[in-house]
Design a protein around this ligand. Sequence first.
Ligand SMILES: Cc1ncc(COP(=O)(O)O)c(C=O)c1O
Length: 395
Amino acid sequence: MSKRLSERGAATRSVHAGELRQQEANAITTPVYQTSTFWFKNSQEVIDYQEGKTDREEYGRYGNPTWRAVERKLSELEGGEETVLFASGMCAATTTFFSMLPQNSHLIVTADCYRRTRQFIKEYLGRTGVKTTVIEPGDLDGFERAIRDDTVLFFTESPTNPYLRVTDVPAFVRVAHERDVKVIIDSTFATPVNHRALDEGADLVIHSATKYLGGHNDLLAGTITGARDQVEPIRKTLGVLGGIIDSHAAWLLLRGLKTLAIRMERHNSNGLALAEFLETHPKIRRVWYPGLESHPDYEVAIRSLHGFGGVVTFEIDTDLAGAIRFVDATRIPYQAPSLGGVESLIELPVTMSFWDYPPEERRSYGITDSLVRLACGIETADDLIADMDQALEEV
Ligand SMILES: Cc1ncc(COP(=O)(O)O)c(C=O)c1O
C-alpha cells in the first residue's frame, strides 16, 4: 500500500504537499490567481456560501487559491491542521498578538526576540493594557515565576538571534500548559525541516517566511500554523486588519518551498562547516552555533533539532575598526540584514541593527563591536571558508 504524504520524507512533502494534482489544462504548477474578487452565478450561490454550505473564495482579503496551496503545504510540513499567510513575519506576529491577547492580559517573551517584535510589544501592545514580562532565554524557573493568573501567552524564537539559543520546547510547554498558557514558537531560524515545534507540544508556530521558507531573498511573507480552533480566529483578525500577502508573492513562496528540504541540507552543512572552521581560527574569540559542543544549548539542540541551520555568529578578536575591515573584505556574502536565502549574507549587528542604541543598552543585548552574523547560503562550503579566511587577514 502506498504511504500517506504525511509519512513521506521532508523533500517529498516540500515538493508535493498542498498542490492540487489536477490543475486547469493539466498544468503541473499552481497558477497565480491575480484577482481581487470572486463572482457568484446567482443569489442562491451567495446564500449557500453565507450559510457555509459551499467551500469557495469570496473576496481577495479573505482568501485566494494561490495562498491556499501555500497554506496546505506548510500545514503538512509543520504537522499542523491550519496555516494562515501574512504580508510579512511582523504582520504574522502583530495580528496574532492582537487576536490572542485580550485587553489587560499578560504576555511573557524572551529577552532576545526580534527587535521590531519587542518594539511592537513595548510601544503598541501596551496601549491595550497588555503587560509583558521579559525572561532570559532558557530560564525555565524564571518562566514559571513569571506566570500570573492573567497570563495568556508565552512567545519565544528558537533558535534566537544572534546567539542561536535553542528553547527546550517540551519543558516550557509542560509548565505553560499546567497554567493554561499558550506557547508560540517563532521557528524562522529552524524551519519545519530542522524543528517540528508542534510535535513537541507548542500551540502555534510562526515564521518570517521572508527567510528560509521563501529562500531566495526575493519576497516578504509571514505564516502561522497550529490547530484549527487556534488559527481560525487569527485568520478572522487578518481579514479585519488586512495585512494580506499579494498572490504573486504567495506564488514565489510556493515555488521556494518546493526546494526547502534540499536547501536546508546545504544551509545546515554549510553552517556546521563554517562554525567548525571559525572555531579553530586564531583570530576568532568565540563562535555560537548550536551544532558545536561549546554552545550553551548543544544538549537541547541535538535532542530536538534535525539540523542546526545556516546562521553562525562569532566574535573576532579585534575592535570595531577591525571588524569593519573584515566584513568589508568578504567577497561572497552580501553585507545585508536578513538570512535564509540562497545567497550568503553577512552583517555586524552593531552597525546593522543596533547602531542607534545607546552603548549600554546595546551591551545589555550582548552586542559587542566585533560580533559578526554570517547567514550561510547554499554556495560551496570551501569557497565560503576560503573567503572568511582571506577576509580575516585584514583584521
Ligand atoms: C526571527 C524573526 N522573526 C520575525 C521577523 C520579522 O519578519 P519580516 O521581516 O518578514 O517581517 C524577523 C525578521 O528579521 C526575524 O528574524
